[in-house]
Design a protein around this ligand. Structure first.
Ligand code: 6GU
Length: 224
């Protein structure tokens, strides 16, 4: 999978890709991530990329031309399955969306800043808009890193069996059950008996019950 990230703050977003799971995926050749500094497509000596909004109001808006130039250059080189715009005014990212995106070949992720991008960018180029939750970040860069982590770990071969994504929270719309490791007793707090029983059907049943109970308590909306 190839991901092209268009951003105003490349330095803010690069480090998660140089560590841990995403680095491993890139080193294994399972994911390829390229960063494009929008400023390089800006106007004039100052490489201008934003301007005041028509109609007045606080905050600058990213202009369409620099973004169009960058996207069209990329599109001249390959076909993109999705052009994703990271913005708080969109549907929230969930596991189903991450699963779907992990099957794509080439995607562009555009991250906004300031007051966002000119609406015509969204109308003309963007095929999917994603928020990572109901709160506002300064820019979409960290949100793009979150999206990439959620997607890249699902690419077959990225995770080993021991960390298989199949048993993650949300994979079946349930939160994960509690987990324990040694010692079996700590300051009088005991690991549930069933987990020490070696009875695997029983253990699976207990885990399902616990997952359901936890989901009902904390995220009943997932059960709807
Ligand atoms: Cl995608 N961008 C920004 N700026 N803030 C957010 C977000 C995205 N998702 C949640 N908050």
């Amino acid at each position: 999978m190839r991901i092209d990230i268009i951003t105003v703050e490349p330095d803010l977003i690069k480090s998660p890709f140089e560590n841990s799971m995403m680095k491993r995926a890139i080193d294994k050749g399972l994911a390829e991530v390229h960063f494009h500094n929008l400023r390089e497509y800006g106007f004039g000596n100052y490489r201008q990329i934003d301007d005041y909004q028509f109609g007045g109001g606080a905050g600058m808006v990213l202009m369409i031309e620099p973004i169009a130039k960058c996207i069209e250059k990329l599109q001249s080189e390959r076909i993109y399955d999705e052009i994703i715009y990271m913005t708080p005014d969109a549907k929230t990212l969930n596991q189903a969306t991450a699963n779907t995106l992990s099957l794509k070949e080439n995607i562009i992720i555009l991250t906004g800043h300031y007051k966002g991008v000119d609406q015509r960018v969204r109308d003309k180029y963007v095929t999917k808009e994603i928020s990572i939750g109901d709160y506002v970040l300064t820019g979409g860069e960290l949100a793009a890193a979150v999206l990439c982590d959620a997607v890249i770990r699902l690419i077959p071969g990225v995770l080993g069996d021991e960390t298989s994504a199949l048993t993650d929270s949300f994979q079946d719309n349930l939160l994960s059950p509690p987990v324990y490791t040694r010692p079996s007793e700590y300051e009088g707090m005991k690991v549930p008996e069933v987990l020490l029983s070696g009875n695997f059907p029983k253990i699976e049943e207990w885990r399902s019950e616990q997952a359901y109970k936890r989901t009902k308590e904390i995220r009943p909306d997932l059960l709807d």
